[in-house]
Design a protein around this ligand. Structure first.
Ligand SMILES: [Zn+2]
Length: 165
C-alpha cells in the first residue's frame, strides 16, 4: 500500500446518513469524510508513482470539502473509522490490485459505491437543498488526517445545513 497523500487537514469530520441499499432495499448507514476550510490539497501531482516534486505544491482552497474514492488513510484514522464507521472499510479491487474505502450495507454486505453517494445531484452526500442536508450528521475528530483521495468535492453546497457542524 502506498503512503502517498494528496490531501491533508489538521482535523476532520466523519459524516453519517441513512440511505437505501441498492441491492436489498433496506435502510443502512453510510459514512464519509469531510474536511474543514483549513485543508490543503496537492496540486500538480501526476498519476500514482509519477509525482513531480518540481511542479507540485500544497494549496489551501479555503473551503470545505468531501473526500471520496479514498485509496490511502493513515493508521490512526483507520483505527478511528473502525470504531465510528465500521461499515466504511477497505475493499480490495480486483481491477487495480489496490484497495479503496467503501461503505457496506449493514444487512446484505453489498458495497455502496462512492460514485452513487457523492457524484450525482441529490445522492446521500450531495444534497441539493438544506432540507436534504439536515439529516447528515457530522462528528468532529480532532486529529490530523492525510489521505490519498481520487475524489474531492470542494465547497459543496448546503454544507452549513449539515447537523453537528
Ligand atoms: Zn443491502
Amino acid at each position: 500500500m502506498t503512503e502517498e497523500i494528496n490531501v491533508r487537514a489538521p482535523f476532520y469530520h466523519v459524516a453519517r446518513v441513512q440511505c437505501r441499499c441498492w441491492r436489498c432495499g433496506k435502510a443502512t448507514s453510510v459514512f464519509a469524510i469531510a474536511l474543514p476550510p483549513e485543508h490543503e490539497t496537492l496540486i500538480g501531482d501526476g498519476a500514482h508513482g509519477r509525482q513531480d516534486p518540481e511542479t507540485e505544491s500544497w494549496q489551501c482552497p479555503g473551503v470545505r470539502a468531501w473526500i471520496f474514492h479514498i485509496e490511502y488513510l493513515p493508521l490512526e484514522v483507520r483505527r478511528r473509522l473502525r470504531v465510528m464507521a465500521p461499515l466504511f472499510r477497505r475493499k480490495h479491487s480486483r481491477t487495480t490490485a489496490g484497495a479503496y474505502w467503501t461503505n457496506h450495507c449493514a444487512h446484505c454486505g453489498a458495497s455502496q459505491g462512492d460514485y452513487f453517494l457523492h457524484c450525482e445531484p441529490d445522492v446521500a452526500f450531495m444534497p441539493m437543498s438544506a432540507q436534504a442536508a439536515a439529516p447528515i450528521r457530522l462528528e468532529r475528530v480532532d486529529q490530523p488526517i492525510g489521505a490519498y483521495a481520487c475524489g474531492q468535492a470542494q465547497d459543496p453546497p448546503f454544507f452549513e445545513a449539515l447537523s453537528g457542524l
